[in-house]
Design a protein around this ligand. Structure first.
Ligand SMILES: Cc1cc2nc3c(=O)[nH]c(=O)nc-3n(C[C@H](O)[C@H](O)[C@H](O)COP(=O)(O)OP(=O)(O)OC[C@H]3O[C@@H](n4cnc5c(N)ncnc54)[C@H](O)[C@@H]3O)c2cc1C
Length: 461
């Protein structure tokens, strides 16, 4: 099984594989959100463009059909990048990011894509130990310095949080309205259908085995194209030379059976808020349109950037997620977990997404969304479309955009075994911090382990 989301959509007739050599204006590798949004905005900009998407498996097979469905009005590392800009540019960058959910709402409404879109904001909850409250409040004051107003981000005390979400041991939460939740597979498949109506060709079961400027090849045929857009995010670990720039990591999700209204009254999320529990090893979730608790937590890294296949979670992986979910929501004790799945996402070495366009070889890429790609890929699609069609706009002037730069302008990940050792060290230290802080431990131990985790976080980011 790919995910609950993919199971919920009507069975899709398989699209044909690419069988014959051909040519096109833009060839996009990968039918996830990045590829689909890029094609969408290119067609909007220049309807006559011939666009072909080559997908190794099926539309939405990757992270886009498996994620937690948070559609954020921000990108990983965005605050830090914008902080360096003068006031007016910084403000306009923030507005651009915060506007992502509204942009997706506009398009899905205009195109008749039904993807359970609900803009209920997101709660970053201090819900397991008091240090989470201190960290979130420190983040809030940084955000105030960046220019966030109370309507962008506000602190909810314990009772304010409980009016929206009842989590055990809660101390309070940061709330921002700039987030929506979606059923991601419906969004991906809906976009694909809209694209096909506008003349975009999508081939499935067509893995690209080689690509270079002007040409991509599957095992059966070759496409010549003016522009090549690899949009494979974590799968870049298997598509040279992308493995240098996108580190594949895994995330895993469980979903309960649909829960009765009485249970939801004891939990909350009545307005469709997304939520997370703000430890460094984040747990996140949403209430699905059919009233399931969708709960994602923790992740993994495989030596050499190996990808997680479609196998269900192991007994240990399931148990950890059930434990974390029930720790936050004792109300869910005894409910049935009906679905579990995992998927691959990518981190860039600078820990923020990149949107790059090289006008020499005519290559455009985006990715490295660090687990926040549902919204960021919409921004990336708009940005790559403007870069490729050479439109001057605020989209292409943002600090995450590399305009007319080669792929080598992206920072490379260190070779193995350094990546694996670093991941293991970071993960184990964060897990230790989590254990120490969630137990009644002496203050000096808590300060020591959190201090070490802060230092390590500073070094790697
Ligand atoms: C479990 C999980 C939970 C997540 N939760 C959230 C969340 O709640 N909010 C959020 O913002 N982000 C979340 N993310 C991240 C987000 O889903 C991704 O960042 C985003 O979907 C990436 O989209 P993409 O199109 O770039 O990549 P993908 O969706 O991974 O698409 C890449 C596509 O390329 C195809 N492909 C790969 N290799 C080839 C090849 N050689 N030839 C042709 N096609 C190829 C793949 O089959 C795939 O369909 C989550 C990710 C996971 C795995």
């Amino acid at each position: 099984m790919i995910s609950l989301w993919m199971e919920q959509v009507a069975p899709q007739p398989a699209r044909p594989a690419l069988q014959q050599n051909t040519d096109t204006d833009v060839v996009i590798v990968g039918a996830g959100f990045t590829g689909l949004w890029t094609a969408y905005y290119l067609k909007q900009a220049q309807p006559q463009l011939r666009i072909t998407i080559l997908e190794a498996r099926q539309v939405g097979y990757g992270a886009s059909g498996r994620n937690g469905g948070w559609l954020l009005g921000e990108i990983a590392g965005g605050d830090k990048l914008l902080q360096a800009l003068p006031g007016a540019e910084r403000q306009s960058g923030h507005r651009l990011l915060q506007g992502i959910p509204d942009e997706v709402a506009r398009v899905t409404e205009r195109e008749g894509i039904h993807c359970d879109f609900k803009k209920g904001g997101v709660l970053y909850c201090a819900a397991r130990y008091p240090e989470q409250q201190q960290r979130l409040q420190a983040h809030l004051s940084e955000c105030r310095d960046y220019g966030y107003s109370t309507s962008d981000l506000q602190w909810l005390d314990q009772s304010g949080l409980q009016q929206r979400l009842q989590m055990a041991n809660s101390y309070g939460a940061l709330f921002t309205p700039h987030c929506a939740t979606v059923q991601p597979a419906k969004l991906a498949l809906g976009l694909a259908a809209v694209l096909e109506q506008s003349g975009v060709e999508i081939f499935e079961s067509s893995p690209v085995v080689r690509w270079q400027s002007g040409e991509v090849a599957t095992p059966s045929a070759t496409i010549k194209a003016r522009w090549v857009v690899p949009a494979v995010e974590a799968y870049g670990s298997q598509l040279k030379p992308m493995q240098h720039y996108q580190l594949a990591v895994q995330s895993m999700i469980v979903a309960t059976e649909p829960l009765p209204e009485s249970v939801w009254q004891s939990i909350g999320l009545a307005n469709g808020e997304a939520f997370c529990e703000a430890s460094r090893l984040i747990s996140y979730g949403q209430r699905s349109a059919d009233n399931r608790m969708i709960f994602g937590a923790r992740g993994g890294y495989r030596f050499g950037g190996g990808l997680r296949a479609d196998a269900p979670l192991s007994a240990g992986e399931m148990e950890l997620r059930r434990h974390l979910m029930q720790q936050c929501f004792p109300q869910l004790e005894g409910v049935r977990i009906t679905h579990n799945w995992g998927g691959n996402l990518a981190l860039s070495r600078r820990f923020h997404p990149h949107m790059l366009c090289d006008y020499g070889p005519r290559i455009a890429v985006a990715g490295g969304y660090a687990g926040e790609g549902v919204g960021a890929s919409n921004l990336a699609g708009r940005t790559l479309a403007h870069l490729i069609t050479e439109q001057e706009s605020e989209l292409v002037r943002q600090p995450w955009v590399l305009r007319d730069k080669p792929l080598s302008a992206l920072k490379r990940w260190e070779p193995e075994p350094l990546r694996w050792l670093t991941y293991k060290t970071v993960n184990q230290l964060y897990a230790l911090e989590d254990r120490v802080l969630s137990a009644p431990t002496p203050a000096w131990q808590r300060r020591l382990v959190s201090g070490l985790a802060d230092v390590l976080e500073g070094v790697i980011s």
